[in-house]
Design a binder for this molecule. Structure first.
Ligand SMILES: C[S@@+](CC[C@H](N)C(=O)[O-])C[C@H]1O[C@@H](n2cnc3c(N)ncnc32)[C@H](O)[C@@H]1O
Length: 255
């Protein structure tokens, strides 16, 4: 039985070190261009599962008023540390996406870097989207990306990579159960200390592939409409060989 807990507390240490925060940073100009946003200045943005806060801080840097939520204390600790070192202000909140509460309504809500794949029960995805959708302004946009079945088969099926930074050595192993559509990534990190490696973290994160019809149904049942879907970071409609897709949604009654 795959453990549904999301153990990002252990990976926080190496998250930015291995550039895992870079994807959401790359998504910012892309989302801006797809949505035709000239400037984020004055926009109210909610970043769901903000991780170490890199995207939230960049949005604040570009003038947005940002609230960012994550369940991992360690990821948020790093986010707050980065905020202190910058002159930006983001309200970081520790909460579970399935039950979060936040005041106000938002022009833009983001849930990036296959975060929704981390929820292996589709009811959780529906609850998160419903909760998020209810916080959107009537003209607001909700954007999320998902790894696809094809993406997991191509990139996660018995794949091993070793990554090294100045401070850490790490081994990343992935497996994908094509029948159950459940993937798992195991990350083992070792800190380099003089001539020896000391185990610093070991964590396994499960993710589920959802079919496009499951996503469409779930979005609809969350009272949202999909306005556009693209292969991530492109303007190409998704096809059977798209490894990751991005969904642009609005409130069903807001269109
Ligand atoms: C792949 S990371 C993405 C982080 C960030 N959006 C980025 O692009 O770097 C997934 C994030 O989801 C958070 N997360 C997982 N389950 C969660 C939950 N139930 N509630 C809130 N955050 C959760 C993890 O702590 C982690 O920071």
């Amino acid at each position: 039985m795959i453990n549904p807990d999301i153990p990002y507390n252990s990976i926080a240490l190496v998250y930015d070190e291995f550039g895992l925060d870079e994807f959401s940073i790359r998504m910012i100009p892309y989302i801006k261009s797809i949505l035709g946003i000239k400037s984020f200045r004055g926009m109210k943005i909610l970043d769901l599962a903000c991780g170490t806060g890199s995207a939230a801080l960049e949005l604040a840097n570009q003038g947005a008023d940002v609230i960012a939520i994550d369940s991992s204390e360690s990821m948020l600790k790093l986010a707050r540390k980065k905020m202190k070192a910058s002159s930006r202000k983001v309200k970081f909140i520790q909460a579970d996406l399935r039950t979060f509460e936040v005041d106000g309504s938002f022009d833009l809500i983001l849930c990036l870097f296959d975060t929704l794949n981390h929820f292996i029960h589709i009811n959780d995805v529906r609850n998160i989207l419903t909760n998020a959708g209810s916080r959107l302004k009537s003209s607001g946009d909700l954007v999320f990306d998902l790894n696809t079945h094809y993406g997991f088969r191509k990139n996660w099926d018995n794949w091993r990579v070793v990554r090294e930074s100045d401070r850490f050595y790490s081994i990343w192993d992935t497996v994908y159960d094509t029948k159950e559509r459940i993937a798992e990534i195991t990350i083992r990190a070792f800190s380099k200390s003089k001539n020896q490696l000391i185990k610093a973290a070991e964590v396994t994160v499960p993710e589920r592939a959802y079919t496009s019809s499951e996503v469409k149904k779930t979005v609809k049942s969350a009272s949202l409409n999909i306005v556009e879907v693209f292969e991530c970071l492109s303007t190409k409609p998704p096809d059977a060989d798209s490894p990751r897709n991005v969904y642009f949604c609005k409130r069903a009654w807001g269109i």
